[in-house]
Design a protein around this ligand. Structure first.
Ligand SMILES: Cc1ncc(COP(=O)(O)O)c(C=O)c1O
Length: 323
């Protein structure tokens, strides 16, 4: 077995596991376990690539403070990289994100500013606007995963090829969500290059603007949802949303219960965005009339949501528990 020289070497090359105790209709559904990255999420991959690209471009110099707007996981990935390279890290995150993520970030030495979850792009207290402003005022390096091409590159060069190899070139559909759009754009482009017929399916929280856009070319006002890290009120610069040829809107209730079911039946503990992805993947699988091979992601570890979706009191308070 391989011995690693440092924790950053352990990012990527994550296992793929078949869903074997939940009804997948005529299809086979596989989960790529990105929760097993050392920082606990798929975002470790982009943290490394975005920091290294900035160093190479001379935008990030030794000792400079790194700042990022994040639902938490990109922050945790950046905290791993920043600690190993000696950069101070400032995180701006919306206040709906779990306490576990905030405490984990602080324990890793990051400074965390929480801002409003109920405002949209263009508002001074929106997390991305706040991070951009703080970067400008203080001379920090703003990573900006939403407009950073190295985010897409990480998935085009690593996650996409790993999926293709693990499926041995036999894949009919890939299901993912959009937070920054890095996974959809990077993995989607890679997979379509291998096989133009692959379905790229968007899993979107109810309330996000993306599902109406993909399915009906409809522009709607954004609502709100509890799933963390996916769903949008705007289309990020790096997101090639046209890649998605089908979308499912998933309620918080359906997504959260799917995550709980996955833990009980398959022994895989994932977070709220993965619950949304898997719920959409299951709907896609059950709708098919022919056997298809489908992949989706376990984006992050469910340990980050013990106070939320895995907590009956919290679920009851949100009216999400089944009668
Ligand atoms: C938990 C989680 N899942 C999924 C995503 C979405 O991935 P992407 O940013 O590549 O669209 C994010 C992004 O913020 C996330 O934090």
């Amino acid at each position: 077995m391989r011995v690693y020289q440092n924790v950053l070497e352990m990012i990527g090359e994550t296992p793929m596991v078949k869903v074997s105790h939940i009804d997948t209709g005529p299809c086979e559904l596989y989960l790529k376990l990105e929760n097993l990255n050392p920082g606990g999420s798929i975002k470790d991959r982009i943290a490394v690539s975005m920091i290294e690209a900035a160093e190479q471009a001379g935008k990030l110099k030794p000792g400079m403070t790194i700042i990022e707007a994040t639902a938490g996981n990109t922050g945790l990935g950046l905290a791993l990289v920043a600690a190993s390279k000696g950069y101070p890290l400032q995180i701006v995150m919306p206040d709906k994100m779990s306490a576990e993520k905030v405490n984990n970030l602080k324990a890793m030495g990051a400074e965390v500013v929480q801002t409003r979850s109920d405002v949209q792009k263009g508002h001074p207290e929106y997390y991305q606007d706040m991070a951009a402003r703080m970067a400008q005022e203080n001379g920090y390096f703003y990573v900006n995963q939403f407009a950073n091409e190295a985010n897409v590159t990480a998935h085009y060069e690593t996650t996409g090829p790993e999926i293709w190899q693990q499926m041995q070139g036999d894949l009919d559909a890939f299901v993912c969500g959009v937070g920054s759009g890095g996974t959809l754009t990077g993995i989607g482009r890679y997979l379509r290059k291998q096989n133009t017929a692959i379905d790229l399916v968007l899993a979107d929280p109810e309330g996000s603007i993306l599902e109406p856009l993909v399915n009906r070319n409809e522009t709607v006002e954004a609502g709100s949802w509890l799933a963390e890290g996916i769903g949008e009120d705007f289309i990020p610069d790096i997101c090639d949303i046209k890649l998605a040829n089908k979308a499912y809107a998933v309620s918080d209730k359906e997504g959260f219960h799917t995550a709980r079911e996955l833990l009980v039946k398959e022994g895989v503990m994932v977070g709220s965005s993965s619950g949304t992805l898997i719920a959409a993947a299951l709907r896609y699988c059950r709708e098919q009339t022919e056997a298809k091979r489908v992949v989706t992601l376990a984006c992050d570890t469910g340990n980050r949501y013990l106070s939320k979706l895995y907590n009956d009191e919290w679920m009851a308070a949100q009216n999400l528990l089944e009668e």
